[in-house]
Each structure stands twice: as structure tokens, then as C-alpha cells.
Design a protein around this ligand. Sequence first.
Ligand code: ZN
Length: 151
Amino acid sequence: MMFFADRMLGKLAKKLRLLGFDTMYLSQIDEEKILELCKQNGRTLITRDRALHMRALKDRINSVLIHSDKWREQLIELSMRFDLRSTEKMTRCSLCNTQLVEISVEEIRDRVPLYVQDTQNSFFMCPVCNRIYWAGSHVQHALEEFRRAGI
Ligand SMILES: [Zn+2]
């Protein structure tokens, strides 16, 4: 399952990436290009723009119209259409959507706080923006939020 989140859904896009979904998000892009990218890659459009949603459907692109402006409720709306639980977590950078690579503790020695090194065994890095991820940080937090939301 691959998504394209429109510019009003930046926060939702980050959460979907943490959940392991390939989610494209560009804040500066015109509608024509969005539809083209969805069509090319078979992405499902997620949008709060009804007109864009209708255009996508007419173009035979899968599209989900989101109503809420809060990311938690947006996730719930989306989870009614798709099973959001089945992906492998910790696979994507929440900032740029790139696939993460696992790296050793030695490689993160100088870059991660000591208490994290003591409590975590696996670390991942985004090869594009170099951000480091571990299960105990934002991911854990996000998963907790999802659980609370019933996802
Ligand atoms: Zn990245």
C-alpha cells in the first residue's frame, strides 16, 4: 500500500511513514502533478480537498477523502478503509520517506545519548538525511498513540 498525502496532511504523512507505509508528501506541488504521480506509482491519494478527490476518482485513481483536521482522527478515518496494523514498523524515515537501514551500536556511539545506547539494541539510519531511529523514541510514542486510537 502506497500513499500520497496532499499538502494539508503533513503530520498524517509522518505518522504513516512511522507505521511503515511508503507515503509521498510534497508541500509545493500542483494538482496535475499529484494525480500524475499517483497514477504512475499506483499510489492512493489521501486528501482533504473534495474537488481534488473527485478529480482523482474520475481519473480512476484510488482516493480517500479525509474530513478531520486532527491527525489522530485522520488515522482513524484511514484505518476504516485500510488495515494499518499489518506493516513492518521502523522501516521508513518519517521526514523523507526513505527506507531505513539497520546500523550497529558502534556506528552511533557519538550520536545517540548514553542512556539510549544502554537500553536499546537496534538502531536504524536514514541514508538520505542521516537521522537515527530507535524503537524507544518517537516510534514507541507513535505506536502508543495508535493503540490508544484503536489502530
Ligand atoms: Zn530521511
